[in-house]
Design a protein around this ligand. Structure first.
Ligand SMILES: Nc1ncnc2c1ncn2[C@@H]1O[C@H](COP(=O)(O)OP(=O)(O)O)[C@@H](O)[C@H]1O
Ligand SMILES: C[C@@](O)(CCOP(=O)(O)O)CC(=O)O
Ligand SMILES: [Mg+2]
Length: 334
């Protein structure tokens, strides 16, 4: 038997980092996907073929008639830990420890770019392997298992990414509880810096600041939570789109300033944010953990000008759409 599952990337519209401290956040699944194929093998091992992951540190030695490859095995094992933990967790849930499983991954999501590649790969793996083992899990339950995978690998995780990747759409999330917000076409442009940041390291960095200066950092996190509640009110309001977008844009700019205050922006991210605003975006901010990765801009009237400005500033623009669908079982072959 062979199962192919896919799960989407996401953007965090408001509230990354503060969501780890129990504050609310708003996120949407987007139309970039990670595909995971799962099948049994008879060796009793876990085998992972990750076609889009590059592991640095490969050394190749050439002698007359032989070639030797050496790689940093520790790094390779670490990079694959989301997939491995996802498989182990599902095997345990299914009472199938020791069952040989091969998974093969292809992904459209840039890695470490704030678009939730870790959650998408965990959710798609759990979806494919649970179906393979005959476990009947709802997408919501798969989101919760994805959260456990992120906790095991990162040490800390709010759970918003695996939740939105599993269930799709546009959500308000707080401490494991989510609410679907009405679907809306968001006129956004995502700008990718081309560099990556590790969520595990950035979340740990914010934690250190919090522990060193709780009186300073706590009010920043509280303000972020208030931005999210205000944004939710605006999204649910009956206001005209132009008024709603202009209020959301202002909230995005304040949220970006606070993320910068936490130290998770970079020169390049800030350059893309300012380039987008100068080109007419009504709001622009980091999305995801930061330290590289992506920003997004709200540009109801001038998406293409904003995309050009991001390119001129050295980034890669992506015009994405919200994905209503979360985890999807694409194919089950006997
Ligand atoms: N296609 C993939 N195959 C295997 N592992 C992946 C894949 N995409 C992402 N990952 C895992 O997720 C990690 C990146 O997650 P993270 O630091 O949270 O950044 P983000 O979720 O923003 O992309 C990678 O280092 C790797 O461990
Ligand atoms: C920084 C954080 O709020 C979001 C991280 O998203 P990403 O892994 O950078 O896509 C962490 C979390 O919510 O667990
Ligand atoms: Mg992640």
């Amino acid at each position: 038997m062979r199962v192919l599952a896919s799960a989407p990337a996401k953007i965090i519209l408001f509230g990354e980092h503060s969501v780890v401290y129990g504050k609310p956040a708003i996120a949407a699944a987007i139309d970039l996907r990670t595909y995971v194929r799962a099948e049994f093998n008879d060796r009793g091992t876990i085998k992972i073929e990750a076609k889009d992951i590059r592991v640095p540190g490969l050394t190749v030695s050439f002698s007359e008639d032989e070639i030797y490859f050496e790689s940093d095995y520790g790094r390779a094992a670490e990079v694959l830990s989301y997939v491995r933990q996802a498989i182990e967790l599902v095997r345990e849930e299914a009472g199938a420890n020791g069952k040989g499983i091969t998974v093969s991954i292809t992904s459209q999501i840039p890695v470490g770019a704030g678009l939730g590649s870790s959650a998408a790969v965990a959710v798609a793996t759990i979806g494919a392997v649970s179906r393979l083992l005959g476990l009947e899990l709802s997408n919501e339950e798969i989101g919760r298992l994805g959260h456990r995978v992120e906790l095991l690998v990162q040490g800390a995780s709010s759970g918003i990414d695996p939740t939105v990747s599993a269930i799709g759409g546009f959500i308000h999330y707080e401490r494991g509880k989510f609410e679907h917000l009405p679907f809306m076409e968001l006129p956004i442009v995502v700008g990718y810096t081309g560099s990556s940041g590790s969520t595990k390291e950035l979340v740990a960095m914010v934690r250190r600041s919090y522990e060193e200066m709780p009186d300073v950092i706590e009010p920043v996190l509280v303000a972020m939570g208030k931005i999210v509640e205000k944004a939710r009110d605006v999204i649910l309001s009956e206001l005209d789109d132009d008024v709603r977008f202009s209020q959301l844009g202002r909230l995005m700019n304040i949220n970006h300033g606070l993320l910068d205050a936490l130290g998770v922006s970079t020169k390049k991210l800030s350059e893309l944010v300012y380039a987008a605003r100068v080109a007419g975006a009504i709001g622009a901010k980091i999305t995801g953990a930061g330290g590289g990765g992506c920003m997004y801009a709200l540009a109801p009237e001038n998406q293409s000008e904003v995309a050009t400005a991001i390119t001129i500033a050295g980034g890669t623009p992506m015009i994405t759409r919200i994905s209503r669908e979360g985890l999807r079982i694409e194919e089950v072959l006997p």
